[in-house]
Design a protein around this ligand. Structure first.
Ligand code: FAD
Length: 316
């Protein structure tokens, strides 16, 4: 079996859930090799091993730790070459997709972004993803020697498969071109105490129907331990920051449960949430298109429905 490189997201908080999902998928394709940028924090190597990483490569060059795509792509290309990897898996985030594109060019590899499933098939790696704002689901087989694939979070359930990983510190040589841009200053975004939107198991989103008051949406999300999202109408109205917009021109989420409150269900919104496992819609218009795709629909005013359920959850 060939090596499958997984770019791990790991820090002081441990290993991200999507990374564990990637390792689970990687095991279907070959021997998972996790790449960690920087010195791994305590417990990171153990966690990666618990989910099947046969090797953990740590690359500590300062330029890699700035999070810029060019040096990461160059480093991954070297590691993929050294290990003769047939697949490189990354989590579908805007940054990782930037890395993936550059990496695919360097490796003359096939590139698939936003996959929701990856498996080994006849002729190589087979992926599934939704395209054209979700109007088509495509199954594609890579015909190249190497495939670079970004996978949407929550596409699979992470499953343990413990092994003892070999840990190796690797030296990568970065060219002047990929280190031409340096980060001068960065400031972390204000902590909300909620899970990361693209990784959350539950997302509660508000739309124009909130009338600009997200209190009921946020309280419901907090009672569920969920992330908060918003439709473009809510974002364009200045009611919620763009970083939380879900849809064609916002983020793509695939949670276990997606709650759409006061959202009509326009195709551009669906593009960002239609791979959710279960959808619950709260809308006062029984004809709202969102009900066509909802597993559970509640016809009612969100400012009444959500607080009532929130209270029940808090009492439970
Ligand atoms: P509306 O369509 O106005 O729906 C509001 C809903 O709330 C209605 O169904 C109404 O019945 C209900 N409602 C009202 N009051 C209440 C209440 N008190 N309780 C319960 N329900 C209530 N949209 C996105 O979301 N994300 C994108 O990324 C995106 N990208 C786009 C890209 C392009 C190129 C274009 C052209 C459009 C894009 N849009 C996007 C916009 C999209 O077409 C819709 O306009 C938008 O999704 C509508 O948002 P909404 O559902 O919140 O508002």
């Amino acid at each position: 079996m060939g090596s499958v490189i997984v770019l791990a997201e790991a820090g002081e908080q441990g290993v991200s859930k999507p990374t564990l999902e990637l390792l689970t998928l990687a095991r279907r394709l070959g021997e998972p090799v996790a790449v960690v940028v920087g010195e791994p924090a305590g417990g990171v190597v153990e966690t990666l091993g618990r989910y099947g990483a046969t090797a953990v490569l740590t690359a500590a060059e300062p330029a890699l730790q700035e999070g810029l795509p060019a040096p990461r792509a160059e480093a991954l290309a070297q590691l993929a070459g050294d290990r003769q990897a047939s697949v490189v898996l990354l989590t579908s985030t805007p940054d990782a997709k930037d890395v993936a594109g550059r990496l695919a060019v360097r490796l003359t590899a096939a590139l698939v972004t936003d996959a929701t499933d990856v498996r080994s098939g006849e002729g190589g790696v087979v992926t599934r993803q939704s395209v054209f704002a979700g109007s088509w689901t495509v199954e594609a087989a890579s015909t190249a020697d190497v495939a670079v694939v970004t996978v949407k979070p929550n596409s699979v359930e992470a499953e343990e498969a413990p092994v003892e990983p070999a840990v190796e510190t690797v030296q990568v040589t970065l060219s002047e071109t990929s280190t031409a841009v340096r980060v001068l200053e960065s400031s972390p975004k204000a902590a909300t105490g909620r899970p990361e939107l693209t990784e959350a198991a539950i997302v509660v989103s508000g739309g124009r129907g909130t009338g600009g008051d997200f209190a009921a949406v946020e309280a419901f999300a907090d009672a569920l331990g969920a992330a908060v999202g918003a439709s473009r109408a809510a974002v364009d109205s200045g009611w919620y920051p763009h970083a939380y917009q879900i849809g064609q021109t916002g983020k793509t989420v695939s949670p276990q449960l997606y709650v759409a409150a006061g959202i009509s269900g326009a195709i551009q919104h669906r593009a960002g949430m239609q791979t959710s496992r279960a959808v619950v819609a709260v809308n006062k218009d029984p004809e709202a298109p969102i009900f066509e795709m909802a597993d559970l629909g509640v016809v009612g005013d969100l400012h009444t429905v959500l607080p009532a359920v929130t209270e029940q959850l808090r009492d439970a």
